[in-house]
Design a binder for this molecule. Structure first.
Ligand SMILES: [Zn+2]
Length: 294
């Protein structure tokens, strides 16, 4: 049975903490390096539901993509939600370890898993890591489809293949435009519009896209935009990461039990699609302003 320190060393070999962004907070949040690890749970968010799940499962280690304390803290009192998570984990001997931007830019990383879930072939990073001479690490991925789809069909494929979150998938741009190449970036990607445009791809799939950047992007370029739930774009990494740890475990003869949480932790939990009757531009619908009472 490996010690926590050995499992963490294995995780650090996959996602070296030194490759995280300066502003990030990766690494071990709590845990005794000498404790034995039998069961590991991977999840996107270190929220209470996930801590509860790790405890129920009898996990010794919870690995999440998002940090618990991104901006540091001066208290872990259980009267705060994050302190409660820390208390519950420590009380039940569950360690917490975070791999965030160091997993984003890894090879394979978060966007490779996203591309895989979408059935895309990865060509190269969208924003290569200058310190990687092989040019395989970096943020986002430039990918190609097996066969061309319309932007509408590509959006539908994303909705079908990504794990279901309430938000679903939104598409901006010419729905009938042909999509052969796609840039993808797991998590919030609206800082990468310029890179996606410069990559010459037909579409860009990411999360957390906002009105003004999207509005400007579709006025000034033919780039199709696909906005999925943040959690849904990062969840495929959990399966990829679990498979990577399984492989390391086999190699060391560790017999770890590695699990992936299927709990949806995207914070949006309901979505109401407009009906044709209240869509202002729907053909045949009476003109009305958005938000007008029924
Ligand atoms: Zn994220």
């Amino acid at each position: 049975m490996p010690r926590l320190s050995e499992v963490i060393a294995a995780l650090d070999s996959l996602w070296p903490p030194g490759r995280a962004e300066q502003w990030d907070a990766v690494g071990t949040v709590c845990g005794d390096p000498g404790a034995e690890v039998r069961r590991v749970l991977f999840a996107v968010d270190p929220v209470q539901e996930i801590a509860d799940e790790a405890i129920r499962l009898g996990a010794d280690l919870l690995v999440t993509h998002h940090p618990l304390y991104l901006r540091g803290t001066s208290t872990v009192a259980a009267s705060t939600f994050k302190g409660r998570v820390v208390h519950d984990l420590i009380k039940h001997d569950v360690a917490l370890h975070v791999a965030h931007t160091n997993a984003d830019t890894a090879d394979p990383g978060v966007s490779d898993a996203l591309a895989g879930a979408l059935g895309l072939r990865v060509l190269r990073p969208l924003v290569p890591d200058p310190s990687d001479p092989a040019g395989r690490r970096g943020l986002g991925r430039v990918c190609e489809l097996d066969h061309p789809l319309s932007l509408r069909e590509f959006g539908a494929r994303a909705a079908e293949r990504l794990p279901a979150a309430a938000q679903g998938v939104r598409v901006a741009g010419d729905q009938d435009a042909v999509v052969r190449t796609v840039a993808v970036s797991g998590g919030s990607g609206d800082g990468l519009f310029d890179q996606a445009r410069n990559a010459g791809v037909d579409a860009f799939l990411t999360a957390d896209l906002r009105h003004h950047p999207v509005s400007e992007a579709i006025q000034t370029s033919t780039l199709g935009l696909v906005d999925a739930a943040h959690w849904a774009t990062e969840w495929p990494w959990c399966e990829q990461a679990a498979a990577q740890l399984d492989e390391i475990s086999d190699r060391h003869g560790w017999d770890l039990r590695v699990h992936v949480s299927k709990t949806v932790t995207d914070p949006w939990s309901a979505h109401f699609a407009p009906t044709d009757a209240v869509t202002p531009s729907a053909p045949g619908a009476p003109a009305r302003s958005p938000g007008a009472p029924n």
